[in-house]
Design a protein around this ligand. Structure first.
Ligand code: ATP
Length: 503
């Protein structure tokens, strides 16, 4: 539902979760800033992941590698030669497109025509309609399907041959026009490398081109032996890392789903060669459980197994999430073989091997990778949490039902009135809770409006200080999701909130 995405984008901006980058200069394509609530949510997601990976697993340790790496890293990993998309420009509109995506969108249009014929026929034939038979015999539909097969074959040939202008020929043959200007005046197709390059000051001219890392994984591979030796790690073991990655995406849209600067949470798990498939299945299971344990609903997730494998993988799948735009990749799980470590051995001339005392021999381990986009996880949470509802008293509200442990603020403390010593009492409570929980204080406007504001940023509990508080040291505790309130002693607050918001 594209409408839901629009609502989330507007809500995220209005309530300090996500702002367009450098907005006063009209923003920058596919770059976003996280506001006061966004940064809290992001930090909570990171720590939820870090705890599950590093703290809970004796044999997984962390790393924080530098974004800049020696340029040979990216030669070895294959990114210099193969991390490309085919790009084409329209000469009149000056807009840039991915040639393969233009062709795929054309195919989608033909598929839509088929759907239309099928719907029409289904109506005409009623109960007697046999879809399979119709599709295989109706001359128009048969023709459309032949067209699709032919285009797909040419697209595949063009992508694989390396002669990219086959894609341009196909675009012209199909009469594909620029979706914006309608012009059919296309440039040649060029390979477009997704890595951002920049220059390092200290190297001599010609040797100073370096890249912003397009994935965090390589920082882990080049440190494999450093960590293994200093941590006295035994195989199987893992290294986890959270950090920024950069990709010059040709088409970056759909809000924080596809950005040019984003954050990844990756873990590389080193195993004995031959044992990788068992570990691959093991990590698939562990990762889907991690997602489901958040309680957003199991229907939001599905696996998508890859049939076309990347050059480094012998098995791969995505965990897809049902975003407002439909099911899309949230996390990738890959069996990367020994491709990366071997490539770094070759390019660096250094051995990257583990000495196995039981087998009394050294080997290059195989690797299982789990890689999740932090920003995509953020969007997944917002899309599942965003709820418009009518309360029992008939009032309407927008509430973010973010799982309590991840919510930006855990409690809001609200004096019922801005007088009679209630604000002072509220501050006393905050001073007790703020060491353990992120708290908010709000005394402006009627209490109902303040509850609405906390609902809108997903604060799971509101504590209200009223006149009775001054008499018996009790407050009301309001639950975000049910909007129900109960009376509770101040002395019990801390333990109670702890219980409600801990992981
Ligand atoms: P896609 O097919 O959507 O481009 P990918 O297969 O290239 O993604 P990976 O290289 O497997 O992605 O990266 C691992 C994870 O990093 C992805 O599952 C995704 O969550 C995240 N990610 C990748 N590219 C972006 C991006 N441009 N913006 C935000 N997150 C991204």
């Amino acid at each position: 539902d594209e409408n839901l995405l629009k609502k989330i984008v507007a809500h995220a901006k209005e309530y300090g979760f996500v702002f367009p980058s450098s907005e006063i200069y009209d923003g920058l394509g596919a770059a976003y800033d996280y506001g006061q609530n966004g940064v809290e949510l992001k930090n909570n997601i990171k720590s939820y992941w870090w705890k599950a990976m590093v703290q809970m697993n004796e044999n997984i340790v962390g790393l924080d590698a530098s974004i800049f790496m020696h340029p040979t890293t990216w030669k070895a990993s294959g990114h210099v030669d193969a991390f490309n998309d085919p790009m084409i420009d329209n000469k009149d509109s000056k807009k840039r497109y991915r040639a393969d995506v233009l062709i795929e969108e054309h195919i989608a249009k033909i598929e839509a025509k088929i759907d239309k014929e099928v719907t029409k026929a289904a109506k005409r034939f009623g109960d007697d309609f046999d879809k399979e038979q119709f599709v295989s015999t109706n001359p128009r539909v048969v023709k459309y399907n032949e067209q699709i097969d032919e285009i797909n074959a040419k697209l595949k040939a063009g992508m694989e041959s390396g002669e990219l202008n086959q894609l341009k020929d196909l675009i012209e043959e199909l009469g594909i026009a620029d979706p914006i200007s309608g012009s059919k005046n296309w440039t040649d197709v060029r390979q477009f490398n997704l890595m951002f390059a920049t220059e390092l000051g200290s190297l001599a001219e010609g040797a100073n081109k370096i890249y912003l890392r397009p994935e965090t994984a390589q920082g882990i591979f080049v440190n494999f032996l450093n960590v293994q030796k200093t941590g006295r790690m035994k195989i199987p073991f893992g290294i986890a890392q959270i950090g920024k990655a950069f990709r010059n995406e040709i088409i970056a849209r759909q809000f924080i789903f596809r950005m040019r600067e984003f954050e990844q949470m990756e873990m590389q798990f080193f195993v004995k060669p031959g044992e990788e498939m068992g570990w691959y299945e093991n990590w698939k299971e562990k990762r889907i459980q991690w997602h489901k344990s958040l309680g957003l609903g199991e229907d939001y997730y599905r696996f998508h197994d890859h049939l076309n494998l990347a050059h480094y993988a012998n098995a791969a799948c995505d965990i897809e999430f049902n975003f407002p735009m439909g099911f899309k990749e949230l996390e990738g799980i890959h069996s990367r073989t020994d491709f990366d470590l071997k490539a770094h051995e070759e390019h660096s001339g250094k051995k990257l091997q583990f000495f196995d005392p039981q087998e009394n021999k050294s080997y290059v381990p195989y690797v299982i990778e789990t890689s999740i986009g932090l920003d995509r996880m953020f969007l997944a949470l917002l899309s599942a949490a965003y709820t418009e509802e009518t309360l029992e008293d008939g009032s309407e509200r927008v509430v973010l039902k973010i799982p309590a442990p991840l919510a930006p603020s855990k409690v809001a403390v609200l004096p019922l009135l801005k007088k009679d010593g209630l604000p002072e009492k509220a501050r006393e409570i905050i001073d007790e809770l703020k060491y353990d929980f992120t708290c908010q204080y709000d005394e402006k406007d009627a209490i109902g409006r303040r509850y609405r504001r906390q609902d809108a940023v997903g604060t799971p509990y509101c504590i209200t200080v009223d006149h009775q508080t001054l008499e018996d040291n009790t407050v009301t505790l309001r639950d975000r999701d049910t909007a129900k309130q109960e009376r509770i002693a101040i002395a019990e607050l801390k333990a109670r909130v702890e219980d409600l918001v801990s992981l």
